[in-house]
Write a protein that binds this ligand. Structure first.
Ligand code: ZN
Length: 644
């Protein structure tokens, strides 16, 4: 259909109604920051959020790529669609009547809008019909809900549960003959189907408990039907319609959205009755995934209402449930790796589902299970090793490969190093002495993987990115030129910034640091000697004494004489001496620690444990300590000398 020119009134009303948060949060996971929201920009690739939504101005903008605009602009840019297309789409969504400048096109558009309204009507009426049928079901269906499902009349009422009678055409007759709705409309609502043979239609739902599926505003958009016995299929959903799409809706979200913001977390279960049972038990932040693997759209939908983005998947602990959980994780793993969702997995003991569990346990007990639910990575690791005998080489290898696959995608370095140690402990099977070796292996494999998450720290920026060799043997992480610059800066600040002299001496002494470049080392030794001779380190005589010493040893000191002269750059560095010292010292410390790692590794590997076990273990221990220290130093690094 050709898009007509829209009346300015319509455009204005769309602008008013299409809330920027509402529109954007369907595509971007947003977190509250002050009055605004932030998230990862959908228009450029980024690791930390610079995309900001400002509800008070109904605007978004990105500090990274300068994208900016209102709801309409957002949809236009994201979906590469025209202004009119987006306005029409939003008008449909917010049920705004469309006025166009060309009257003949107006009718067609109004027809489209009204189709959705009519579908809502017919579905609402059907829901009432089913509820009425439940009360008049002669006990069978009501008995099932009250006694088998243990649901109170209030909950049955709250969720609008109903019953589809046994006959083939009961709903059909009610809607067509009593209420005079057009057959096509009822078919479009997914309530009836044409008979395969002959003419006429039959009801989609027959002799089933009816569970209305509502959109977030509480309007019925589809139904779920459950048999009361064991007939197959146990569950039947409305087909996809103009209003209903399985992967884009969550059951009970309308009832749960307040609970989700209250608990600041959302519980996702598999079945309708699990969600209903949870609500009945006062756990009103539960939604159900409508019998499909959880999709990313569904997750984003649920996360809109939680600030800390906590999501607990409570799927059945049986094979099917585990598979569903794994599929769901697959969909949302990217969000989880980036920390955009705090994903936990709850498996109820004895393979029960939430509904069964609550028949015999209290709401508090379920809450407790929720609180203890493992983070998804722990759960995944658990699944990886569950049926494996790690003493067997094949199983061990498989497990460790799968673990590496899991760990290499973790973006946050702290989280990653935590999990490396955690997994190394598991793979060591209780043998504490093996842990360091396992850590080493895991780190090596993770680093090998080309896919490893980029890291902004100085260490990685300074090294060659496509360096695939084993970490320890690889090129030093701090490049020689960078280290030289760092050492030079420390010396320069010492020379030109008397107030920092004692500080520098103390740090170098305390951390047992050495200058790696021989000319720097030479100058530092001279400095220490001069300081011994003078009682006043602020004295300007320090410099002249050092210069004398340099004159005596022209060969050794030629490469450092430039340090005595103040350049405009040196001057600016002196202005922020504290930061410069911190960054430069960290650089030296890492370089030194790396040397130690290498040194102890060589010693450890050169000694045959059969010949000298205690020395072998001693060097290993040393090697391990340094290796851990290196990890710590990398973690602690807050800013880089390259930024100075
Ligand atoms: Zn951007």
């Amino acid at each position: 259909m050709q898009i007509p020119r829209l009346h300015p009134d319509t455009v204005e009303e769309v602008k008013q109604r299409a809330d920027i948060y509402d529109v954007v949060s369907e595509y971007v996971v947003l977190r509250k920051r002050g009055k605004d929201y932030v998230g990862l920009c959908p228009f450029h690739d980024e690791k930390s959020p610079s995309f900001t939504v400002v509800p008070t101005k109904q605007m978004y903008y990105c500090f990274g790529c300068q994208a900016a605009g209102n709801s309409i602009k957002f949809m236009m840019d994201l979906q590469k669609r025209s202004f009119s297309e987006v306005v029409l789409d939003l008008a449909r969504r917010y049920q705004i009547s469309v006025k166009t400048l060309a009257p003949e096109q107006r009718q067609e558009l109004e027809r489209q809008i009204s189709l959705r309204e009519q579908l809502h009507q017919v579905l609402a009426l059907s829901a009432q019909f089913y509820q009425h049928a439940l009360k008049n079901s002669g006990g069978g269906a009501l008995d099932y809900l009250q006694n088998k499902r243990k649901l109170s009349p209030e909950i049955i009422q709250q969720f609008g549960l109903g019953y589809a009678p046994q006959g083939w055409e009961t709903l059909y007759r009610y809607l067509v003959e009593d209420k005079h709705y057009p057959v096509q409309l009822i078919e479009k609502a997914g309530l009836i189907k044409p008979r395969k043979e002959g003419s006429g239609y039959y009801d989609v739902f027959r002799d089933r408990i009816i569970i209305p599926i509502r959109d977030v505003m509480g309007r019925v958009i589809a139904f779920g039907g459950r048999t009361m016995g064991d007939e197959q299929p146990k569950y039947l959903n409305s087909p996809e319609t103009e209003l209903f799409s399985k992967g884009k809706n969550l059951f009970a979200l309308d009832a749960a959205k307040n609970g989700i913001s209250q608990f600041d977390s959302v519980v996702v279960v598999e079945g309708y009755f699990d969600a209903i049972a949870l609500h009945a038990a006062g756990i009103n932040n539960a939604v159900a995934s409508l019998g499909t693997a959880l999709s990313i759209e569904q997750v984003k939908l649920a996360l809109r209402y939680t600030e800390s983005k906590q999501l607990v998947l409570n799927f059945d602990a049986d094979k099917a449930g585990t598979n569903a959980a794994e599929r769901a994780i697959g969909e949302i793993a990217d969000l989880a790796y980036r920390g955009e969702v705090q994903l936990k997995i709850l498996n109820i003991p004895d393979g029960k589902d939430a509904d069964e569990y609550l028949h015999t346990h209290s709401s508090q007990e379920y809450q407790q299970l929720l609180a203890q639910a493992p983070l998804w990575l722990n759960w995944q690791i658990e699944q990886t090793i569950k049926d494996k005998d790690l003493k067997q080489a094949v199983d061990y290898q498989q497990a460790s490969q799968q673990i590496v696959k899991l760990l290499k995608n973790i973006v946050n370095t702290d989280t990653r190093s935590y999990y490396v140690t955690y997994c190394a402990e598991i793979l060591s099977l209780g043998n504490v002495q093996l842990v360091p070796l396992r850590i080493e292996n895991l780190l090596t494999q993770i680093n090998k993987s080309a896919n490893s998450a980029p890291n902004k720290s100085i260490i990685n920026r300074a090294s060659t990115p496509n360096n695939n060799k084993e970490t320890d043997k690889s090129k030093p992480r701090i490049e020689k030129s960078l280290l030289e610059k760092a050492e030079g800066l420390v010396l320069q600040i010492f020379l030109h910034c008397p107030g920092q002299r004692q500080n520098i001496v103390d740090i170098i002494d305390k951390r047992d640091l050495q200058f790696s470049h021989s000319h720097h080392r030479f100058l530092w030794q001279k400095i220490l000697r001069v300081l011994e001779e003078t009682s006043d380190e602020y004295n300007s005589a320090v410099i002249s004494k050092l210069q004398d010493a340099c004159l005596e040893n022209p060969e050794e000191t030629a490469p450092v004489t430039h340090l005595f002269h103040l350049t405009p750059q040196t001057k600016s560095e002196i202005l922020r001496a504290q930061q410069v010292i911190k960054a430069a010292i960290a650089c030296m410390e890492i370089a030194m620690c790396e040397k130690h790692v290498q040194h102890y590794k060589e010693l450890w590997q050169s000694i045959d444990p059969e010949v000298d076990r205690s020395r072998h273990e001693y060097y290993f221990q040393k090697y391990f300590e340094e290796r851990m220290k290196l990890g710590e130093l990398e973690k602690q690094r807050q800013f880089s000398i390259l930024d100075l």
